[in-house]
Design a protein around this ligand. Sequence first.
Ligand SMILES: *[C@@H]1O[C@H](CO)[C@@H](O)[C@H](O)[C@H]1NC(C)=O
Ligand SMILES: *[C@@H]1O[C@H](CO)[C@@H](O)[C@H](O)[C@H]1NC(C)=O
Ligand SMILES: *[C@@H]1O[C@H](CO)[C@@H](O)[C@H](O)[C@H]1NC(C)=O
Ligand SMILES: *[C@@H]1O[C@H](CO)[C@@H](O)[C@H](O)[C@H]1NC(C)=O
Length: 609
Amino acid sequence: MTKPLLICASLLLAMALAEQPSAPNPVAASMRDLPWGDLNFIQTTDSHGWHAGHLQEAQYSADWGDYISFAEQMRAKADEKGVDLLLVDCGDRIEGNGLYDGSDPKGEYTYDIVREQAIDVITTGNHELYQEDAAAREYNLTVPNFKDKYIASNLDYINPKTGKQIAMAQRYRKFTTKNQGLRVLAFGFLFDFTGNAKNTVVQPVEKTIQEKWFQEAIREDVDLFLVAGHVTLHGPEYKAIYKAIRSQNWDTPIQFFGGHSHIRDFAKYDSKAYALQSGRYMETIGWMSIDGIKGKGKKDEKEVEPRASMSFKRRYIDTNLFGYHYHTGLNETTFPTEHGKNVSTMIHKARKALKLDHSFGCAPKDLWLNRAPYPGTDSVFTWLENDVIPAVAVNKDRKDTPRLAITNTGAMRFDIFKGAFTKDTTYIISPFVSKFVYIQDVPYTSAKKLLPLLNSGGPVFASADIPVSHLAPPEQMSIRSDIITPVSPADTYAPPNAQAPLMSSTSKPDLVPGYTTKDDGGDDGDDTLHSPISFYRVPNCIQSAISFPTEGEPETVDLVFVDFIQPWVLAALQFTGQSYNASDVGVYMEETLTELLAGWIKANWKKDC
Ligand SMILES: *[C@@H]1O[C@H](CO)[C@@H](O)[C@H](O)[C@H]1NC(C)=O
Ligand SMILES: *[C@@H]1O[C@H](CO)[C@@H](O)[C@H](O)[C@H]1NC(C)=O
Ligand SMILES: *[C@@H]1O[C@H](CO)[C@@H](O)[C@H](O)[C@H]1NC(C)=O
Ligand SMILES: *[C@@H]1O[C@H](CO)[C@@H](O)[C@H](O)[C@H]1NC(C)=O
């Protein structure tokens, strides 16, 4: 299998099979079983609106309705075994797919779809907070949809009516599991995020853990501390929380769930403290099982029984029906639940209402974010830099003025597959409401230094609270900065946790290319055996020089850039000796990057596939 198969089954048949009608059929593969324990978890994180699944990639083609069927079948199995199963979601449920971004206001269907899953612990990501209206919807809709399951340990909301700062949701949740009677105390954190809209307040984790309520919570006698959050597993935030809990409980098991960097990752903090992170975009759902917790709660019966035989095991499940059937031991007739099928239908109706399959044109070939070298003919960024941006970054009144147009690579979120380029595709690759802004007549001697500064980072940005890593795609966060040259396969150069997405065509014939994760648990975490994929580093920013004189250098240029990177641009300009501030920045284009992109596709790839 070299390319994702696009099989358009009839609506009727597809509905019987669940998943979305246009989703490709899942592909059979060699599988690893799910390990069960006393307490088991399924985690989702960074789903970014991909609740319809991946309609161009067979191995991630299951939708949120299928996930609901899977969870319901697995809960039934847990009940049979007399063990517990909890569902966790760690945020960034929005932005990144037409199902969320394609409506006005955004998320017209997403909140109703997400709420159908019975999630036990749900937290907030940074994407829920970038825009004021999104943060308000989180408070207005998601929090009440999940009630006591929603946890906001370090996040406040500013009530627009009263102006009062209030907790987004409860700070922690204490509950007892259904079958094993385990006493769990759960927190829900967001990393030390500073880019939130002004109707929310994110309190740094390091400060939150000094608060009285937290200090009291970690002194509670429980069987397990559960720390869910939109936080990377190796960052300072979880280190601080781990230390704080351990300072009071040297022996109580702690299970962390993380997110944000879009990778599959598993970390061991000590022999009873582990962390799992389950990738991105509904490509992965994470499975975690803990065995041997039992006993601690029933002190009178099992006095000081040591938990020497505790074990923590993880599995990363590719989200497709082949795997769901395999892990439940069910088939296409017995697997889907009525509830799951209903939700698949809801999603299908939403996609139709949003006209997400409306085609703008036809992509002549695959273009990759990280799976092809940059610069190069198969790189999304080379295509943007050479073809798209020079054509679209045009302000009528200044079209002949030489300009440098700078875009951060993180503005692009996904690969482009050969074939139909739909309304959905535009949101998938460029979900943000970013626009081009500019500073007029910047001396070229300074302007030309900008790109190298943005791409090298270093002292320019050291004092400001603006790490340049925020400019690149989040997948790159976990890759060492000293590695610049592309190497293949990913795992030969990347740190244990770096991940490469998707599939490619160069691999052993019997394995489908996909995730080949290495983490603190070894290299047997993926449920599906894959051949590895190449992963190439890309710069933080790319640049197009437009309307330049054919000879010599211009005296001054218009410095055009995506509004998201303004703080970095101003800091870098300062470094070159040019003192500009926000009042010097004007709107260059009224359209969003997404709209400009759609316009270019219509004009240049207009063929019907
Ligand atoms: C949230 O709810 C408040 C109060 O009902 C309302 O005024 C506001 O418009 C809502 N905001 C959004 C974005 O839905
Ligand atoms: C599915 O499993 C059921 C129960 O084991 C069996 O009766 C049925 O024939 C299977 N269906 C298919 C399509 O394999
Ligand atoms: C599924 O949808 C049908 C038709 O709308 C409804 O009658 C039924 O109650 C739903 N079932 C579940 C479990 O949601
Ligand atoms: C920006 O700089 C100009 C001088 O170059 C100054 O007059 C203005 O007050 C500054 N604005 C802000 C918001 O700092």
